[in-house]
Design a protein around this ligand. Sequence first.
Ligand code: SF4
Length: 393
Amino acid sequence: MSVKKVKKSETELIEEAKQYCPPWKRKPFKLSGSRFKAVAICPSWIPEDEKPDVSTVAADKGTAFHEALETGDTSGLDEEQLYFAGLCKRYIEPLLIGAVYDYTEPKFESKEFLPSGKIDKVIISRTKTGYSAHVIDWKYGMWEVDDAEHNWQGFIYMSHVYLWEELRTKLGSSLEEITMHFVQPRIDSVSHHTFTSADLENILSKIKTIVEATQLPEETRPRIINMRNCQRCGDLYHCPKFKEKAISLAQFYSTEHPELPIVRPSALTEPEQYAMALEAKDVLEEWCKSVKHFATQYRLGGHEIPGYELTKREGVKSFDELNNERVMDLIKSKIELEDLDVLKIASIPYKKLLELLGDHGLTPNAIEIFVDELKDQNILKQNNPTFYLKRKK
Ligand code: SF4
């Protein structure tokens, strides 16, 4: 299929790019359980600006799944969600035996130093000498979360339960232990850990220290470089600590110091040198992204950069893997397929699929109609275009 491309002028591209590359600005930032790990690593961390969502299918599925577990109404779930909801229900059945209180989705306002939160399930049981609590967080995502023993989100949830006035009124001060559970049915993973009241006092004190550090004035607030955390930090492009580190490494890498082994990776011999070179690589990669980002912003601000022009790259089109069957049904309604082809299509990239349709005799017009159908049915997602500066030829 040949599509005639119309080249836009750079002025037109700048106008289009402004929709997708809004100027950087720091957003007011509300601390939450899910973000707490990041500020525990670096108290100056702030979230990245919200990115436009290209597909909300997975997020919608997670929301529907949580709602069904909350209300018990599973009528809106598909087969897969029903199966996972069943696993979750079975997981808590033994915890509910003999339970004295069973709370679903209690909400907690931010309190003193604790950020607000909503907990999926809290189950209270009697022990020989008092009470114990089970705090459960269902995770529908596919990323394995930190173990319950070290999970900051879990720490926040347990702290709320531990300080919960309603519960203290009912139980007195006899809540002896809390077990935090993270249940991830889609990746067949469960992590749980039991904390005593002494552990919880200790956790509360750590949370307080971290929150206080986030509230320090910018000049004195610590900035702790940790590449994985920095990569998701909304302050990355402005962070003086990060720039300092990147620039010092860039200088180190310059040809002014050819004798330093880091300049010639092939000359590295010691494990420490490799570790240092790998750290330099991570920081420099981020610094390069920062240079590109600000150069593009500068161009969008109307400034010419000699030798460079704004260029657009279309967003990648792909199928939502959860909809493979629907894609397949749609394809089968268009062309005759051998079993082997059906197998191939199960993992075929979008572009190759169009070629395959052409090979099976579909005209470019029919392929375009097919693509529109995919879009109408929300089973084709397309990332936003990206804009970057390219060296002029
Ligand atoms: S970029 Fe700076 S502020 Fe952000 S996490 Fe890294 S060190 Fe902290």
